[in-house]
Design a binder for this molecule. Structure first.
Ligand SMILES: CC(C)(COP(=O)(O)OP(=O)(O)OC[C@H]1O[C@@H](n2cnc3c(N)ncnc32)[C@H](O)[C@@H]1OP(=O)(O)O)[C@@H](O)C(=O)NCCC(=O)NCCS
Length: 203
């Protein structure tokens, strides 16, 4: 399994939650990834997809290549469900503004697994790493205002809605309006009784 070092030089993934393993990619993951990436209902409210096989293959090749470099500008992990070992989605933490210790979060899940708390579980583990291992100051996320499942995940994580951005993303030929959410390190600490000197297990 691929491992990546934290700012302290130790590997910080794979991560384990109650039902999931968040891990690096392997060439044999293609079928599982393509099963959700080619689904028009999954990609309806995001700027990419539905994927032809070549797009999924290019994504997988890019992820495997990026895993060989450290530190990566963004870290995308596959979500493997412990029961059965299927890769059912992905989550990304993109540190595009290291000077301000700011990253954004993105995610997608196979439709069969929606509404069962999987993405909240995965995203909570990722935020824990962002604040408690990588020492980030701020994590933000954005979604189409119609994407209730996505902004509900953000709210369940304790993120605050900071803005409604009118027609800010050109998505499948139309300008979409987006919500933007964020959470700061002290807000995370208050939610999780985190002192800044300890690493606690994901809930
Ligand atoms: C967004 C997405 C990742 C959510 O994953 P998930 O595992 O279903 O999320 P969770 O189960 O942790 O939480 C979803 C919450 O939204 C709620 N929800 C989902 N769809 C809803 C809808 N249409 N109306 C009202 N609530 C809805 C769920 O009930 C749940 O809230 P609850 O726990 O209070 O009941 C998943 O739906 C997905 O992959 N969608 C397609 C890709 C996508 O939109 N990615 C995000 C791009 S910004």
């Amino acid at each position: 399994m691929t491992e990546a070092p934290s700012r302290f030089g130790e590997p910080w993934y794979p991560l384990e939650t109650k039902r999931l393993i968040l891990r690096g990619y392997r060439p044999e993951d293609f079928e599982d990834i393509h099963a959700y990436a080619a689904d028009p209902q999954v990609t309806r409210l995001v700027p990419w997809g539905p994927n032809p096989p070549e797009a999924t293959q290019a994504f997988l090749a890019q992820m495997i290549e990026e895993q060989t470099r450290w530190p990566p500008p963004e870290c995308t992990l596959g979500l493997e469900v412990k029961a059965g070992g299927r890769l059912i989605g992905r989550i990304s933490l993109r540190i595009q503004d290291p000077g301000n210790r700011t990253a954004d979060l993105g995610y997608v899940l196979h439709r069969e697994y929606w509404g069962q708390g999987y993405m909240t579980e995965a995203a909570r583990a990722m935020l824990k790493v962002a604040f408690e291992v990588l020492g980030l100051h701020r994590v933000w996320a954005t979604c189409d205002v119609r994407n209730t499942g996505s902004w509900r995940v953000m709210e369940k994580l304790g993120m605050r809605r900071e803005a409604t951005c009118l027609r800010d993303v050109l998505q499948k030929g139309e300008w979409r309006t987006s919500y933007r959410y964020a959470i700061l390190e002290d807000e995370w600490a208050a939610l999780h009784c985190y002192s800044g000197t300890e690493c606690r297990q994901s809930r």
